[in-house]
Ligand binder design. Structure first.
Ligand SMILES: [Zn+2]
Length: 233
């Protein structure tokens, strides 16, 4: 078997690091809840209705993030376990063919045949399954996927982001609710954008501008739709 890229799809935290994953989760919670609040407010709902919608949005979003992350991490971990089990069986059944296969992989990467065979033999003498997992399957570290932990982390970061616009609703006087939620959300997004860019080593100004643009657009669209349906109902 040679499925070099079978494992290129790793889950969010492994791919981009926990800080950026946390920032993205909070970003999601912030944008979706603020948009929901602005949309419901634009339909002339009262403050209690707006609060209920916002809280329902927080809970629904957190649960959906948790479920999505749980499923994705579990299925990735199942796939890795199955691949490693199959590789273990193949190594036991035909070590010679497996050594040839590994050497072949190094040859396609530019190592000359004699040296490739030597490297394969030495790596397999040291840790056969590890060498095949890494260079054939693309599994660099043996499964550390923890679906429950990933699910809880996603739900918590989403809820943290979602609670900012909800707090603004609670403390805002009704006439200023929409502008205050919008300003608070853009401020929060700006801080998260800068934090995320910092963590990822990207340009802070560009990342912040991008996140502010999409946040403002999301709120503008839901406000427009809220106004449309608020007028129609
Ligand atoms: Zn193999």
């Amino acid at each position: 078997m040679s499925r070099l890229n079978a494992h290129s799809e790793t889950h969010l935290v492994a791919r981009i690091g926990w800080l950026r994953a946390a920032v993205l989760g909070a970003n999601d919670g912030l944008v979706s809840t603020a948009s929901l609040i602005v949309g419901v407010a634009a339909a002339n709902a009262g403050k209690p209705g707006i609060l209920v919608a916002g809280i329902a949005g927080l809970v629904a979003g957190a649960m959906s993030m948790a479920a999505g992350e749980y499923v994705s991490v579990s299925s990735q971990s199942d796939t890795e376990k199955a691949d490693l089990a199959r590789e273990t069986a193949e190594l036991a059944a035909d070590p010679v063919a497996e050594a040839r296969e590994l050497a072949g992989i190094y040859e396609t990467r530019g190592v000359d045949p004699a040296l490739a065979a030597e490297v394969a033999a030495q790596l397999m003498a040291h840790d056969a399954l590890g060498a095949h997992a890494r260079d054939e399957l693309g599994i660099s570290e043996f499964t550390t996927a923890r679906p429950i932990q990933a699910a809880i982390t996603s739900a918590m970061t989403f809820s943290a982001g979602a609670s900012l616009p909800l707090l603004v609703v609670i403390v805002s006087p009704a006439p200023f609710l929409v502008p205050l939620v919008a300003c608070g959300t853009l401020l929060g997004l700006g801080i998260l954008g800068a934090l995320g860019a910092r963590a990822g080593g990207a340009s802070v100004a560009r990342a912040t501008a991008r996140v502010l643009f999409w946040g403002a657009l999301a709120m503008a669209v839901t406000a427009g739709i809220g106004r449309l349906f608020g007028a129609a109902v």
